[in-house]
Design a protein around this ligand. Structure first.
Ligand code: NAG
Ligand code: NAG
Ligand code: NAG
Ligand code: NAG
Ligand code: NAG
Length: 491
């Protein structure tokens, strides 16, 4: 009976985490992993059934509802299927109750990839049929690129699916208008994904009723107003990026203790980053780039002990924004992007103690003084941008480090910066900086360090900064998960 999948929730969560962490390196794919659980169905009201030759019965009213839903998406062919739960088309999942009556638990539409065979929608005519409310066991609804040329609001009647619905994905569907506050009635929801529609107005407060939410993705819309101070104790993924959100980051985000990814980038958020973020001990990615946030960065940043990527570029915070030991707790930090923040003063030496750093962008600021000498111990660094600052003195890296980074070392537009002969930079006519005139007294000591450094095998991985910005929430269908894993393993 390969009609449905019943993996334990824990396993799926594990999978989700796995996918998320592997997403930090390869460019992410716009997939979604839907979490479902293995509990059996409770008895539903049973009146009419269709009995087929195999002896399975499907609830006849649910079957009629599925025909309606299929017709509404331009899939009229489905009405020729005598028993939808035995029709063996991808995109429908059914489960038996204890009387062996099959109920529809999951419906998926849209060409997610070449390998998935969900029914596609006719984007010019499709709509969500109200017959969806006649599926009393439905747990998962997935519509991808379904209504793009027939823009319509998200129907409020979806709120009637509260008793059962766990996953609602309406991605890139061209939905317009506001997020219906009725969605707050979906109190069993774990995944709400409304990525890239044309939704406007504010984020409804009623979403705060969904206490068990694990993934909330409202990115790529036109949402306005401020972020409501909601608290979701189980939330792993919060993506509100690419909207028109204003006001300050609510301190309540610090109470979402399970957050792994928090992306508020490309909005109009202002004010400081709240101190309350120190409660986010599991946070791996924080992207606040391209807002209007003000400094200084809170000391509590130090408490983000799981953080792997911190991206704050494009917020003109001004001088004194970086406390000198502000990053000391983030031992696992691999990606730090602080470009174009109007930062003044010298580059804090504490950055050189973040030995796991792979990508460091400090370009487009007003940093003066010299490059901290301890930067040469950043053995995993494969991308360093220091260009467009006011740095002076000699570049403290050896040949090995320069070769490792190649074109991903950017130093230009620092009029006072120079390189020592033999550092590897002399072979790069495009580095934009010149050779230092006079060898300084401390050069001898540095060279010793450098020769130690050169014994290390050069690392060959490439971490591109472009990959970072696309870290997207892996949320998808169970049957896609294996496929996904393979994709990631191949990368
Ligand atoms: C929201 O979008 C709808 C439909 O596109 C439009 O009619 C309405 O004026 C918009 N409202 C706001 C406040 O932007
Ligand atoms: C659903 O939510 C709306 C507004 O949030 C509310 O007025 C309505 O009573 C709710 N309906 C049900 C069936 O709970
Ligand atoms: C560098 O990366 C490797 C894995 O790629 C890791 O094992 C190591 O701990 C990292 N840090 C340092 C300082 O080498
Ligand atoms: C760097 O700039 C700050 C002001 O932003 C100034 O106080 C400091 O003296 C400068 N340091 C150097 C080495 O030029
Ligand atoms: C690293 O990047 C360079 C160009 O930026 C590319 O030629 C090379 O193949 C990449 N190496 C790996 C291991 O991806």
């Amino acid at each position: 009976m390969a009609l449905f999948f019943s993996l334990p929730t824990t396993l799926l969560l594990l999978l989700l985490l796995l996918l998320l962490s592997s997403c930090l390196l390869p460019p992410a794919l716009p997939f979604t992993v839907i979490m479902s659980d293995s509990s059996t169905l409770v008895d539903g009201p049973q009146s009419g059934f269709s009995m087929n030759k195999y002896g399975f019965r499907t609830d006849i009213r649910e079957q009629e509802a599925v025909y309606d839903i299929m017709k509404a998406t331009g899939n009229d062919w489905a009405t020729n299927i005598p028993d939808v739960c035995r029709g063996r088309w991808h995109g429908i999942e059914c489960m038996p109750d204890k009387d062996n009556v099959y109920h529809v638990v999951s419906l998926s539409f849209g060409a997610l990839s070449d390998d998935t065979a969900f029914p596609t929608c006719d984007p010019t005519h499709s709509y969500i049929s109200p017959s969806i409310t006649k599926l009393p066991h439905i747990r998962t609804l997935f519509f991808y690129r379904c209504f793009s040329y027939n823009p319509q609001p998200i129907p409020a009647f979806l709120g009637q699916l509260g008793p059962t619905l766990q996953t609602l994905v309406l991605r890139e569907n061209g939905h317009v208008g506001s997020i219906p506050s009725e969605l707050g009635n979906l109190t069993r929801l774990r995944v709400l994904d409304l990525h890239r529609n044309n939704l406007n107005h504010t984020i409804p407060i009623s979403l705060g009723l969904i206490a068990g939410l694990r993934s909330l993705d409202l990115s790529g819309n036109k949402l306005t107003g401020s972020i409501p101070g909601l608290s979701f104790p189980s939330l792993n993924i919060l993506d509100l990026s690419q909207n028109l959100l204003m006001g300050s980051i609510p301190p309540a985000v610090g109470t979402c203790h399970s957050l792994i990814k928090m992306d508020f980038s490309r909005n109009r958020l202002s004010g400081p980053i709240p101190d309350s973020i120190d409660g986010l001990k599991d946070l791996m990615l924080m992207d606040l780039s391209y807002n209007r946030l003000s400094g200084p960065l809170p000391i509590s940043l130090r408490s983000l002990i799981s953080l792997q990527a911190l991206i704050i570029k494009g917020n003109p915070m001004g001088s004194d924004a970086i406390p000198s030991d502000g990053f000391d707790g983030m031992k696992g930090l691999m990606i730090l992007i602080l470009s174009n923040m109007n930062l003044h003063g010298s580059i804090p030496e504490s950055l050189g103690r973040l030995t796991n750093l792979r990508v460091l962008h400090l370009d487009g600021n007003q940093f003066n003084g010299s490059i901290p000498v301890n930067f040469k111990y950043l053995k995993n660094l494969s991308e360093l941008r220091l260009n467009d600052n006011r740095l002076i003195g000699s570049v403290p890296f050896g040949r090995e480090m320069v070769w490792r980074m190649k074109r991903k070392l950017r130093l230009f537009n620092n009029p006072g910066l120079c390189y020592k002969a033999g550092s590897g930079l002399d072979e790069d006519s495009d580095s934009g900086i010149g050779v230092c005139d006079v060898p300084r007294p401390e050069t001898g000591r540095s060279v010793q360090h450098l020769s130690t450094l050169e014994r290390y095998v050069p690392r060959t991985f490439n971490v591109s900064s472009d990959a970072v910005f696309k870290i997207s929430v892996p949320v998808g269908l169970i049957q896609l998960a294996t496929l996904l894993l393979c994709t990631f393993t191949l990368m």
